[in-house]
Design a protein around this ligand. Structure first.
Ligand code: F6R
Length: 589
């Protein structure tokens, strides 16, 4: 999704802004731009396409500036729709969606103002310019009072040298000061991270002013407030491929480590003692999440119900918030989000909390927005995930959730074991190399079905999502028993099928669906913990993954599907790290 950077110091701003935007490239975008202030005017460089198109910035004068990578929501990807937007005295960059932009634009047009783009964001520049009388923070505040929707905004004004003002509402924004006394801002810490950087995560409604080496934060009534700064971890500043061709595959290889790093002992670890008590007393668990995190929620719910016999429902966060949900007494809500910034998940979590739930956030990013909302924060230890397609974060989420299941089971007097999963994941990873030889069947397929039952069904959905998002091949993850109720009509000899079979009690039932697909000419591949099924005539080839506690098998069976998606993507000639139309963190509704 869109990214923002800002710089206010003694160096040339443009190279710093461009370097920051490059660090945000992995998040997905379609155009980029920067604006610097110089002698009461602007230096503006913006282009459709990659950040490289902006050059290195060395010839762009000015020590204060803002930059942006845009992921189009309103208005097609184009140079004129790229940010910054300049109007009158003012230049702005904006992440989010202004829901009342049409109405505000009408008002500006009636005042005789002209618009240069089709974006919702441009009205922000018009409004700030209207309210600006030399006090940039006050003008920004006057503007935000008129906006509905979500925003992170950074603004420059020609009449306010050496100053950037910024504001946040439901879209992440941090302000920071480095050891050299330079001031920075960004939508994501990695854009500006460096050793010793002091960072403050702005909260909704807050405005910050970066000026003369100082950061001043105001609340929504423009009262100065003291905010805590934390020192950022320099490691997040420079994600490296370490010899791998792509981040996605590097991150798949990191799965065993990511899992090992994400399995606290909830029964013993003092940091989680209060949470563990709440977990043991919970009468009901509700999980809210999106995309891959939603799939990890489905897998966890299956294990919670099967092993701990506690009712557990999983909701797509984007649906939950509009369902007028019932939050029963004693409900524990788990919000799962790799980034901690997904707008739908944040809104669902907020709603659950307002309705009385105890809220625990499971996220991979410390200091992300969800951490400020939750009663309990549980960090997964996957390390920074750069590739847009989530892989190791999924396994890390499962590792944490299964550790929770194990702890709750222990409280109930039942023994289950998940601590062997990281080592078994390493074996699964090794076995997964075999799926690369399946690739030609998938690049040539008209459509692909992933089938499974029980926990395997959720892995099928995740395998399908991975394939779709990076190889663009139409695909569905399907409950194997449901195929015959309609979807079988789509299966023919141009269909490829991957069946996942790790649950003994339904193994033969999934094989029935495999046979139905095979009988219609589909090429069927198998990921299984039971080698005997691989030898059946219906199966073109199979991968055997290690056996483990059955309810925990998704953490192992998903790995061949991640490798398959990666391999098919490469064979199709696409970049797995930057799939079209997608962004790493989805900060708009
Ligand atoms: C798929 C993918 C997305 C995310 C979803 C939620 O590979 O990455 O489906 O899982 O956008 O993101 P987080 O977990 O950051 O809330």
């Amino acid at each position: 999704m869109c990214g923002i950077v800002g710089y206010c110091g003694n160096r040339k701003a443009a190279p710093v802004l461009i370097a920051g935007l490059k660090k945000l490239e992995y998040r997905g975008y379609d155009s980029a731009g920067i604006a610097t202030l110089y002698k009461g005017g602007y230096r503006l460089v913006k282009k459709k396409g990659r950040v490289e198109g902006l050059g290195d910035g060395k010839d762009v004068k000015g020590n204060v500036g803002i930059g942006h990578t845009r992921w189009a929501t309103h208005g097609a990807p184009s140079t004129r729709n790229a940010h910054p937007h300049v109007f009158g005295q003012v230049a702005i960059v904006h992440n989010g969606i202004i829901e009342n932009a049409a109405e505000l634009k009408k008002e500006c047009l009636a005042r005789g103002e002209k618009f240069a783009s089709e974006t919702d964001s441009e009205v922000i520049a018009h409004l700030i310019n209207r309210f600006y009388r030399g006090d940039l923070a006050a003008a920004l505040r006057a503007c935000t009072q008129r906006l509905t929707g979500s925003y992170a905004i950074a603004v420059l004004a020609a009449g306010s040298p050496d100053t950037i003002a910024c504001a946040r509402q439901k879209s992440p924004l941090v302000v920071a000061k480095n050891r050299a006394g330079e001031l920075l801002l960004a939508s994501d810490i990695p854009a500006v991270a460096e050793e010793g950087l002091q960072v403050c995560t702005l909260q909704d409604g807050e405005i910050a002013l970066l000026q003369n080496g100082e950061i001043t934060v105001f609340d929504s009534t423009m009262r100065r407030i003291n905010r805590d700064f934390f020192v950022c971890d320099a490691q997040i500043s420079a994600p490296a491929k370490n010899g791998y061709e792509h981040f996605m595959y590097k991150e798949i290889t990191e799965i065993p480590f990511a899992m090992r790093n994400s399995m606290p002992d909830f029964t013993q670890n003092q940091d989680f003692s209060v949470f563990y008590k709440v977990l043991c007393q919970a009468k009901y668990i509700e999980i809210v999440a999106c995309g891959t995190a939603y799939h990890s929620g489905l897998c966890a719910a299956y294990a919670f119900e099967k092993i701990c016999r506690i009712p557990c429902r999983v909701s797509l966060a984007s649906e939950y918030r509009y369902r007028d949900p019932i939050v029963p007494e004693g409900a524990l809500v788990l919000a799962i989000s790799q980034s901690g910034e997904t707008a739908d998940t944040l809104a669902a979590a907020q709603l659950a909390k307002e309705r009385g739930a105890c809220l625990a956030a499971l996220t991979n990013v410390g200091h992300s927005s969800i951490t400020t909302l939750a009663d309990f924060v549980i960090l997964t230890g996957a390390g920074q995930e750069v590739a847009v397609a989530a892989t190791k974060s999924f396994n890390a989420q499962l590792a944490t959730l299964y550790a929770m299941v194990q702890a709750l089971a222990a409280h109930q007097g039942t023994k289950v074991e998940c601590r062997d999963l990281p080592a078994l994941a390493a074996l699964s990873l090794k076995a997964s190399e075999r799926v690369r030889s399946w690739t030609p069947y998938f690049t040539g397929a008209k459509s692909v079905f992933f089938l499974g039952r029980g926990a395997d069904c959720f892995v099928a959905s995740e395998g399908s999502l991975k394939l779709k998002e990076i190889s663009y091949i139409p695909s569905e993850g399907y409950a194997a028993g449901e195929l015959k109720h309609g979807t079988l009509a789509l299966v023919d000899k141009e269909t490829a099928v991957v069946a996942v079979i790790t649950q003994q009690s339904v193994a033969q039932k999934t094989m029935n669906a495999v046979h139905e697909a095979y009988a219609r000419g589909a090429k069927v591949f198998l990921v299984t913990a039971f080698p005997e099924y691989g030898k059946r005539e219906e199966i073109v080839d199979h991968v055997v993954i290690p056996t483990c506690e059955e309810a925990f098998s998704p953490a192992l069976s998903v790995i061949p599907l991640q490798v398959l998606a990666y391999s098919v993507c490469l064979a199709c000639g696409y970049d797995p790290d930057k799939p079209r139309n997608l962004a790493k963190s989805v900060t708009v509704e």
